[in-house]
Write a protein that binds this ligand. Structure first.
Ligand code: 13P
Length: 244
């Protein structure tokens, strides 16, 4: 299977930058992986105009659980599908922390995403304090059990919170250990289909550490923050992708 290299632009990208970045990606040579970019809501239509007809997909960073209604400031999954989005990131740690999103809410959003035909990328990961206490497996296992709806057919992104935007990454052995547990948890939760869902690693992935991280067993790609804001570094990560 091809790895998925997904870019999470977070709250970055004015029109000029989004146009330039999407244009550079649209003009790039094909890579041996699936590429996805998730701009802020305000730039999705612009990015879609640039990427339509290319092999690069676009998505969003969150959605509401309801299809429409009185939810001021929110965006629904059908609205994202209407813009040609094929995926949505859900339960990112920045939303869990800054917007107090719960596992139950993430699960409802994942149901809404699937109903709209979107691939849900559900993020899980431990804090530094939890890692120091040796609780990472328990934390991630609980998030998987509580955030995934029955029949989940999306993607998991393991993002240790202490590795996000810090330049620090877990060791290869640490990534391997958590991904192996996530695989076991997916199979326990979903049965046989859990064996083939992609599990991304996220947290300070850069072109110079991508080859090592993408070669780890059960790593099905990367969720990239800062390095997805430059076509050169995002594609530089994609070039390190392997078949798994
Ligand atoms: P960085 O790649 O900037 O560490 O961000 C990772 C992330 O949070 C992607 O969702």
């Amino acid at each position: 299977m091809r790895q998925l290299i997904a870019g999470n632009w977070k709250m970055n990208g004015m029109s000029v930058q989004a146009e330039a970045l999407a244009g550079a990606l649209a003009a790039s040579a094909p890579l041996p992986c699936d590429l996805l970019v998730c701009p802020p809501f305000t730039q999705i239509a612009r990015v879609a105009d640039r990427l339509r007809g290319t092999a690069i997909a676009w998505g969003a960073q969150d959605c509401h659980a309801a299809p429409s209604g009185a939810h001021t400031g929110d965006i629904s999954a059908p609205m994202l599908a209407d813009l040609g989005c094929s995926a949505v990131i859900l339960g990112h740690s920045e939303r869990r922390q800054n917007h107090h999103e719960t596992d139950a809410q993430v699960r409802e959003k994942a149901i809404a995403a699937a109903a709209a035909g979107l691939l849900a990328i559900i993020c899980v990961g431990e804090t530094e304090q939890q890692r120091d206490a040796g609780q990472e497996i328990a934390v991630v296992g609980h998030q998987i059990a509580a955030s995934l709806p029955d029949g989940f057919a999306g993607v998991i992104a393991y993002e240790p919170i202490w590795a996000i935007g810090t330049g620090r990454t877990p060791t290869i052995g640490e990534v391997e250990a958590v991904h192996a547990h996530i695989r076991a948890a997916l199979i326990a939760r979903l049965g046989a289909p859990g064996a083939s869902l992609r599990i991304l690693y996220g947290g300070s992935v850069k072109p110079d550490n991508a080859a090592a991280l993408l070669a780890v067993a059960e790593v099905g790609g990367a969720l990239v923050g800062g390095a997805s804001l430059s076509a050169e570094s995002f594609l530089g990560i994609g070039k390190k992708a392997v078949l798994f």
